[in-house]
Ligand binder design. Structure first.
Ligand SMILES: NC(=O)c1ccc[n+]([C@@H]2O[C@H](COP(=O)([O-])OP(=O)(O)OC[C@H]3O[C@@H](n4cnc5c(N)ncnc54)[C@H](O)[C@@H]3O)[C@@H](O)[C@H]2O)c1
Length: 283
């Protein structure tokens, strides 16, 4: 099936919709004909996007607040309609050595990147099961969910966690007998243009220079990163085709997946690598 056949109507709820990948997914979903609920902690960003997208609804909600996410789900089902697509997308970055990382930055990242995804599932899945219409659930992992990278340990850990959580959720939906109706899929973007590196946490003490050098290296990659609307189009088409792993740059991210599989099969210990530039030719 094509994305237009599946996603040309219905409600899409997208967290972190105010910027970057979430905004790209929202624009593409609206373009296909979906009613998009734009959820973000940044009220100004979602209000601006709402004005651009016909029929869109903006909601200020912090995905760290489990009760607020539950209220959001109840409100969407009572006032907007059954959710065809939930995207647990909100996420943040963190740079620096793990031993220098402020506890508050660790807690912020884990509560947004990991708990936020869980709260979304806990709030929306029961409604989806009760609604008796097909639904899609996308959780944002990353190429970082199949790689190991120094100076970004909390983020990389969180993306491995989201990937595992999503794989387990897929099995649970299947074992509970709902796989024909609830489609669970993991999104693994490569580099996509966004604000994630600018808003990333850093370190207050210890090796601040190393943390900021890593931030600069990632900001350099951004110049060659993929446009979020192009990324969204690829993700929607793969989802409609029934893929489980939705890769914005199939070859580039697919190579990282294969490399991870090789490392584990060969039981190779983590090893530093010479910097490999992001190569858009291998998307
Ligand atoms: N950009 C990339 O290259 C890339 C690559 C792989 C994975 N990802 C993942 O894609 C997702 C989106 O990232 P992005 O790059 O578009 O970042 P971004 O910073 O541009 O957008 C993230 C959005 O999430 C919102 N947000 C942050 N905390 C929130 C909270 N507590 N509650 C609700 N909303 C909150 C922000 O306000 C922002 O609008 C993240 O999960 C990220 O890990 C991004």
């Amino acid at each position: 099936m094509t994305a237009r056949e599946i996603f040309s109507g219905g409600v899409a709820v997208i967290t972190g919709a105010g910027n970057g990948i979430g905004a790209g997914l929202a624009r593409h979903a609206a373009g296909l004909g979906m009613t998009v609920v734009l959820v973000d902690i940044d009220g100004e960003a979602v209000a601006t996007l709402r004005d651009e997208l016909p029929g869109a609804i903006d909601v200020v909600c912090d995905v760290r607040d489990a009760d607020a996410v539950e209220r959001l789900a109840a409100q969407v089902y009572s006032e907007v309609g059954p959710v065809r697509l939930l995207v647990n997308n909100a996420g943040v970055e963190q740079f620096g050595y793990l031993w220098d990382t402020p506890v508050a930055n660790w807690d912020r990242l884990v509560s947004i990147n990991v708990s936020g995804v869980f709260y979304g599932i806990r709030a929306f899945l029961p409604h989806m099961l009760a609604a008796d219409t097909p639904s899609w659930v996308w959780n944002l992992s990353s190429i970082g969910g199949v790689a190991v990278v120094p100076l970004q340990a909390p983020y990389i850990m969180s993306k491995h966690a989201v990937l595992a959580l999503t794989e387990c959720l897929r099995l649970e939906v299947d074992s509970a007998g709902h796989a024909d109706r609830i489609h669970v899929q993991a999104v693994l973007p490569g580099a996509v243009k966004s604000n994630i590196f600018e808003t990333a946490g850093g370190v207050d003490g210890g090796d601040v220079a190393a943390a900021e050098a890593q931030r600069s290296a990632m900001l350099d990659i951004k110049a060659e990163a993929m446009d979020p609307i192009a990324a969204a189009e690829v993700v929607f088409e793969q989802a409609a085709a029934g893929e489980f792993y939705l890769l914005t740059q199939p070859e580039y991210v697919g190579n990282a997946m294969a490399e991870r599989a090789d490392v584990l099969r060969d039981r190779r210990p983590p090893a530093l690598r010479t910097k490999r530039r992001f190569d858009p030719a291998h998307q």
